[in-house]
Design a protein around this ligand. Sequence first.
Ligand code: SAM
Ligand code: SF4
Length: 356
Amino acid sequence: MRRELRDGHGRVMRDLRVSITDRCNFRCVYCLPETEEAANFYRTRFDAVRNPNPASTVPLDYAWKPRHELLQYEEIERFVRVAVDLGIEKVRLTGGEPLLRRDVPRLVRALSAIPGIKDLALTTNGFLFGAQAAALREAGLHRVSISLDSLVRDRFRLLTGRDGLHETLSAIDVAQTLGFQPVKVNAVIIGGLNDHEIESLAQFARDRGLVMRFIEFMPLDSKRAWQRDLVVSGRTILERLADRFDLVPIEASSNPSETARRWRFADGPGEIGIIAPVTQPFCGHCNRLRLTADGQVRTCLFSLVEHDIRPLVRGDGSDAALADRLIGIVRGKESGHRIGQPDFVQPQRTMSCIGG
Ligand code: SAM
Ligand code: SF4
């Protein structure tokens, strides 16, 4: 009988997210804010960021993992091969900003050659995508998701800490021109910051034939500034969009683990999806597993424990030993996250380390 990654709640893992670096060239306020002021943006709605007072601006200093602690491409490939043997079908490369790693097409080529991978995707902020897009496509990347939280240059800069709107929009163009299908665009929606752009982001998807994903703000930011009040619920997002557009629900695919609820526009191309892990958790169907850049397996975004497999992939442990370890780790996958519960504890590591 084929061995698989089945947890103690009957869920079988099919989807692996691999973070290949914890570093990033952006400083999104909801992930890796640049300064104390940016981290606490909600207090002043960015006044302190727009008009910084040098005397009180405190740059945040991030301690990146030393490079020798990051898994090498051969080690990642080995881990993925073993995971695919155990039933993983979808692999997504992420970070940090994955395109900060050298020669990502080399990794993509190695992974795309593994028999059994049905879907190989990348999540990126897009800033460095244009220059590598053709090589990534040629190496066998199937799909790309590009993060875009605002269509307005100044707001984009406030949200991401970088003046990168032009590059991110170009990345979306290039991805479409090269035939990545679909091209997904991720927007984290935060109350008072970019929720007034929900309609214009959907219009952008409608005009450009994109798959737009609206994501609830989750408590995974480095400075723990997350507040429940700042979460714009999936329901609110849907109501706003339904007021403006003629939306037709897309039947859930045969895959119950899909995290987004999806709609198409009745009168044209494009699609929207809402990912609402805070207000409508989908943990009951979760089939995801995560590998961090430094070789820690996480069974949930919100796991409080990590499982170090680096000695096994780096040392001379056999593939069979790695498979046994993985099966054991998955058996203990938590039933779900506890956001909103009195005993909720935010994980030590942030989205940029865990890999969104
Ligand atoms: N740097 C790449 C990017 O931004 O696309 C890949 C890594 S990033 C951690 C992956 C996704 O996580 C992005 O779409 C980002 O918007 C999302 N993300 C980061 N922090 C988040 C948070 N606190 N709540 C919800 N989504 C978050
Ligand atoms: Fe970097 Fe992505 Fe986090 Fe923004 S969301 S800081 S681009 S890792």
